[in-house]
Design a protein around this ligand. Structure first.
Ligand SMILES: [Zn+2]
Length: 117
């Protein structure tokens, strides 16, 4: 993954430094976990969030292949049925929500029209 070499702060001189953002060691210095197809906590916490911003969306999928547990984690951005990224608490994006609301309104109006004398 080219992305790691560019974005992971721990990836120096083809090796992982193993130091977290707080200056604590989260692993021994050595070969990058990701490049060995192993889950990496630092990558998950600090690098993955940048991934989508920078337009490397497929890196998330690649990482999920390595770290199966991350699949259901909050890192994964929820997608609306139209493909728009949405907050996890939301059911659909703002646009679709408006469309839905308008449709519901129209339905209600039609109903009230047909019931009116
Ligand atoms: Zn939508």
């Amino acid at each position: 993954m080219k992305f790691i070499k560019q974005e992971c702060a721990n990836f120096i001189n083809l090796e992982c430094l193993g130091v977290s953002v707080f200056g604590k060691k989260f692993r021994e210095q050595g070969a990058c976990f990701i490049l060995e197809d192993k889950p990496c906590l630092y990558f998950k916490m600090c690098v993955l969030p940048l991934v989508e911003e920078k337009g490397y969306g497929d890196v998330i999928d690649q990482y999920e292949e390595i770290d199966k547990d991350s699949k259901s984690s909050k890192l994964k951005v929820r997608k609306c049925e139209c493909g728009q990224d949405i907050a996890k608490s939301k059911q659909m994006c703002e646009k679709c929500r408006k469309i839905r609301r308008r449709e519901a309104k129209t339905l209600n109006r039609d109903k009230s029209l047909s019931y009116s004398p």
